[in-house]
Design a protein around this ligand. Structure first.
Ligand code: T4K
Length: 414
């Protein structure tokens, strides 16, 4: 331990707080015995895919939970986005945020549709509905907002702007299964919504996703498209692809669903512990959930204001990593700075000041059922200590990187 009290940090050679890494996104697992029994039943039936009984049951359970007429289970959320936007006739240009996982933009670009990036609202994390009208052109065919972190965007305003321009809306609700907006479950808004059931999501089916909608015709088209356009054996009535969920994925999905309440409870306890540990830390803002709504609490997101904290976001990331806390910079550097969008729109950052500002300060911290409240308390305790000693840590890190640069220079020159 040095005089300034920072010597104990693993980044300066101390022992890491955790012996093995804590990740963002370690899968929530349901009852293994129930899963094994389902897998056994699959093998007995020898129906492995092509909408077997478990996929059908999974679809019914999801539709029921969300309160919509149709759920079409998919191989993953990205394919679900591709299929539903195609089924709705999205083309040319679609308005979507850059503050999202790159799959949102890729699902469009994969079909030669240009994602037109809309900035987020000041101080928020979601697409700013007030800016949509500036981006609408005669080529605009739809809007693809994202219910990021499971927190709904300003759905009412998005829908009224969409109505004004007669544009269909698909919500990317990959994060938002089990969440609600103004008392109504996410999944029931817009023309359709898409969930992801990837391993890292609140409810997982290993890989998986779903399109949910109340539109009978759309559901029918989506179902045709996900199965090569087959209406019946030997009858293809539509262009299609393979977007089917397998039975083993549905087995995992159903097992996951059965534990949904306990996942929420666990996540909520972790969230409360993070809030308790961080709420008075200067320069750190925990992104809050509206507890009057249904929330899945699957993402713990902080904003770090470098003007106050002395340590930068990247320094914090490295300090945490040295302690075996694998925080993530979701979704840095923003879709607009990733290829191919970066080459297509080299000046996009000028139109996305709020997105740019936010991406520089967001960190996502470990939670989920593999992370305990005690571990959360250790993480928040560490963050508090780092912020308290921010100035001296930043100075030491600066000196450390200077020494490393000199060493590398001498090695190169030797
Ligand atoms: N829209 C949005 C807004 C999305 O966030 C996503 C996906 C999509 C659409 C598309 O849905 P999908 O097509 O994926 O269904 C992950 C996921 O791959 C991705 O599904 C997710 N969003 C995104 C936010 O996160 P990475 O790059 O963080 O994955 P990875 O492999 O680094 O996993 C994170 C951590 O989780 C690892 O450090 C270890 C742990 N982990 C992961 C897996 C896969 C495990 O412990 N076990 C595992 O099996 O992308």
């Amino acid at each position: 331990m040095t005089d300034d009290g920072t010597g104990h940090l693993a980044i300066f050679g101390g022992k890491p707080i955790f012996p093995t890494p804590l990740h963002v996104g370690v899968p929530n697992l349901g009852d293994k015995e129930r899963l094994y029994a389902r897998i056994d039943s699959i093998l007995t039936r020898r129906v492995l895919t092509n909408r077997g009984p478990l996929v059908t049951e999974f679809e019914e359970r999801i539709a029921d939970l969300v309160g919509v007429r149709h759920c079409v289970a998919m191989s993953n959320g990205t394919v679900a986005l591709e299929i539903v936007t195609r089924a709705l006739g999205f083309e040319h240009e679609v308005i979507t945020p850059s503050m999202t996982f790159v799959a949102t933009a890729h699902a469009l670009q994969w079909q030669q549709i240009t994602p037109v990036f809309c900035d987020i609202a000041p101080g928020g994390h979601h697409l700013d509905p007030a800016r949509i009208k500036d981006l609408v052109t005669p080529r605009t065919s739809g809007i693809l907002p994202v219910n990021l972190w499971g927190r709904p965007c300003n759905i009412d305003t998005v829908m009224s702007v969409a109505a004004q321009y007669d544009l269909p809306v698909v919500f990317d609700s990959a994060h938002a299964f089990g969440c609600s907006y103004k008392g109504k479950m996410i999944g029931g808004f817009g023309n359709a919504e898409v969930f992801s059931f990837h391993a890292t999501k609140f409810i997982n089916s290993f890989e998986g996703g779903a399109v949910v909608t109340d539109d009978d015709e759309l559901a029918e088209t989506v179902r045709l498209m996900q199965n090569f356009g087959f209406e019946a054996r030997d009858t293809v009535v539509h262009v299609g692809i393979n977007g089917k969920m397998t039975e083993i994925e549905a087995a995992m999905g159903l097992t996951s669903l059965e534990s949904m309440a306990s996942f929420v409870e666990h996540n909520q306890q972790n969230y409360a512990a993070y809030r308790e540990g961080l709420h008075r830390v200067p320069g750190i803002r925990l992104i809050e959930y509206d507890e009057r709504e249904h929330c899945n609490y699957q993402y713990i997101v902080i904003e770090l204001d470098e003007r106050i904290t002395s340590v930068t976001c990247v320094q914090m990331l490295n300090i945490l990593a040295a302690e075996n806390i694998d925080a993530r910079r979701y979704f840095f550097p923003g879709c607009h700075r990733m290829e191919p969008y970066r080459s297509y729109f080299p000046n996009a950052s000028m139109l996305l000041p709020n997105t740019e500002n936010l991406l520089g300060k967001v960190l996502t911290l470990p939670t989920g059922t593999s992370v305990s409240v005690e571990q959360v308390e250790k993480i928040t305790g560490l963050i508090v200590r780092v912020i308290e000693s921010g100035q001296s840590i930043a100075t030491r890190l600066h000196a450390q990187s200077g020494r490393r640069d000199n060493y590398l220079k001498s090695v190169c020159e030797a």
